[in-house]
Structure formats: C-alpha cells, structure tokens
Design a protein around this ligand. Structure first.
Ligand code: SAM
Length: 321
C-alpha cells in the first residue's frame, strides 16, 4: 500500500521554498499527490531503457513496453499540468540507436504539442578561426565532457534533447531570461529587444558537466543532468509564472536544487530511497537550505522495483573531455 507520508518534506533555498519528495512510482504518484492542473512546469529525465546500472530500478524492458510506458507518463503529466504549463522532457539517444529520442517524443506527442526542441550540447570543439578575432582566442578550444566511444562508424555522443511540450504549443516564454549579450553591439538598437543588450540564446544550450575527481563520491548516480538544465527550463518558462514544479524522476535532485534556488515550490518522485536521501543532503548544502526539516525516514537499503537489479557496464554519465 502507498505511504501517506512523503519521504521528506522540507524547506530549502534562499526563500525557504517548500520541497516534497515521494518515494513512489511517478505514474501512480502524480495523480495521487497533486491536484489536477496544479503544476506549471514539469522538468525531467526518465530512464532511457539502456541498461543503466541504477541502484534499484531495472532499466531494461522490451522496446514496445517501454514506449507504452512513456505514453502513460505523458497522460499522467497531462493530468496535473496547468493549461499554460510546460513539460520539459530530457532524452538522449545513443550513437547506435539515434531514433530513440524521437520515438519517445512521438509517444508524448500523442498528448501534447511539441513546442520547442532544444539541443543540450555537453561538449563542443570551437576552432579559433571560426570563433573570429572578436572572441580573442589564442588557440582552438575543446570544452565539456563526453563518453568516449571506440568505433569506426559512430561519432561520440555529445548531445541530448530537451523537448518542450505544452497543451497547444502556445505557451509564451521568457526568452531573454536565459538570453545572451549581443556580440555586435550595433544589434542592440536594431532588434526589437534593443536596449537590453540581450538576444534569445536559441535552441542549443551548452551545459557541460562539472569536472569531477571521483565519480562515486562526486556523482553518486549514473545518469544525472546538471542543475543548470532545469534552472534554464524554469527561467525560460518564466519563474514568476511557476506556482509548482515537478520532477517525476528526481534521481539525486538536480531539479529540486534548481527549484529551491529560484524559490519555486517543488514536488519530486523517485523509486530509490538512497537517491532521495542524497537529494535531501544536496538540498541542505547546495540548495542553501535555511530551514531544512526532512521527515525522519531512514534511507534504508535499495529494494528492487520492477525486476531484480542487474549489474551493467553501460552508463549514461559522461566521463571524458
Ligand atoms: C535519468 S534518472 C534521473 C536523474 C535526475 N535527473 C538527476 O539529475 O539526478 C531516472 C531516475 O528515475 C528513477 N525511476 C525509474 N522508474 C521510476 C518510476 N516509475 N517512478 C519514479 N522514479 C523512477 C530511477 O531510479 C532513476 O533515478
């Protein structure tokens, strides 16, 4: 039977915003814990069905079953998202399965309109000559991290997608909230947003993982996104228009940390108690919690969820630069 109490209920961030974390299957938890239409932004990265070695979740289903589950996820999100809400869905492919992100997007597209496709660039090489003299580079740059791939046919995967879905494809966005300064200042007066020295960043977001020394200690989860990713999604939607944000697959809490940092009330779901315990720890430190009051629940040992956990050599976390 589902617990009536969250794993943790606490206040975090500079504005002491409420955070609620449920150790529960998101597809049943979303309609059970949240009133219809009460959520303005959902930002999440689901398991990609790539045999990632999570602590307890078994990331390995037949493709058709997985895609049917994604369809159900879309319907569950639709039940709680407000009329003018945004559903940001981060999905990555693998070099040998390039259709995967589009297959996932198609399933969610049965319920929502695909409003924007954002490319999350994790690593990029910038040639000094292409950057131009104004950039002032004295050498070519290679920035960020990727998972090295030994192959004669495939390139390293240095990119994932962030699909922004909405009900009708007409949600207004605060594009300049994550805008960038004009390189050529004569554009400041030329364009409509003139005067602010900011232009829309566009649909390529360079968000590298921070360099880490020891993966087990510094990133105790095999498939995270950096907190800047959900932060930019919240800012793009418009922070003042977010009454509540939700991550159905909270992992070790990047989205919770980002929401707390911006003063946005947040609800997260995760089937693994160990990951949720790490999320609470992060909210206490990175989330600059002023008044953390987690419900005292012992982290406990990982319990298998769908099927028994299987060791896997595959990981979604990137490692090289
Ligand atoms: C890709 S990870 C999310 C990582 C997260 N974005 C972060 O940065 O830490 C997906 C997570 O979903 C969890 N999970 C899998 N199935 C779930 C379900 N039905 N409901 C809730 N969580 C689930 C897994 O344990 C895993 O931690």
């Amino acid at each position: 039977m589902a617990s009536a109490r969250p794993f943790a209920r606490l206040r975090a961030g500079p504005r002491s915003s409420p955070v609620e974390l449920w150790c529960e299957d998101a597809l049943t938890g979303l309609p059970r814990r949240l009133p219809r239409g009460s959520v303005d932004v959902v930002v999440t990265s689901p398991p990609y069905n790539r045999r990632v070695a999570y602590r307890s979740y078994s990331d390995d289903r037949p493709r058709a079953e997985y895609l049917a589950w994604v369809r159900d996820l879309g319907a569950a999100v639709a039940g709680v998202l407000s009329d003018r809400g945004s559903f940001f869905l981060n999905v990555g492919g693998s070099p040998s399965d390039p259709w995967f992100p589009y297959d996932v997007a198609r399933e969610v597209g049965r319920t929502f309109v695909l409003q924007n496709v954002i490319h999350w660039v994790k690593s990029i090489a910038i040639d000094r000559r292409a950057a131009g003299r104004a950039a002032g580079l004295d050498r070519d740059l290679a920035l960020g991290h990727y998972k090295p791939l030994v192959s004669e046919r495939y390139l390293h995967g240095a990119l994932e997608y962030i699909f922004q879905f909405s009900r009708r494809g007409d949600v207004p966005l605060d594009r300049l909230a994550i805008g960038v300064p004009y390189q050529d200042k004569s554009n400041v007066a030329r364009w409509r947003s003139g005067g602010s020295d900011r232009r829309c960043r566009g649909n390529t977001w360079f968000l590298p993982y921070p360099t880490i020394q020891r993966a087990r200690r510094d990133r105790p989860h095999p498939a995270t996104f950096p907190p800047e990713l959900p932060e930019w999604c919240f800012r793009l939607h418009g922070v003042s228009r977010v009454r509540r944000a939700v991550d159905p697959f909270v992992g070790i809490g990047a989205s919770a940390v980002a929401a707390a940092g911006l003063g946005i009330p947040f609800t997260g779901f995760e089937v693994d108690r160990g990951y949720l315990a790490t999320t609470v720890q992060r909210l206490r430190s990175e989330g600059v919690a002023r008044d953390p009051r987690p419900v005292p629940v012992a982290p406990g040992r990982a319990r298998p969820t769908r099927t028994a956990a299987r060791p896997s050599s595959r990981s979604r976390g990137d490692s090289s630069s």
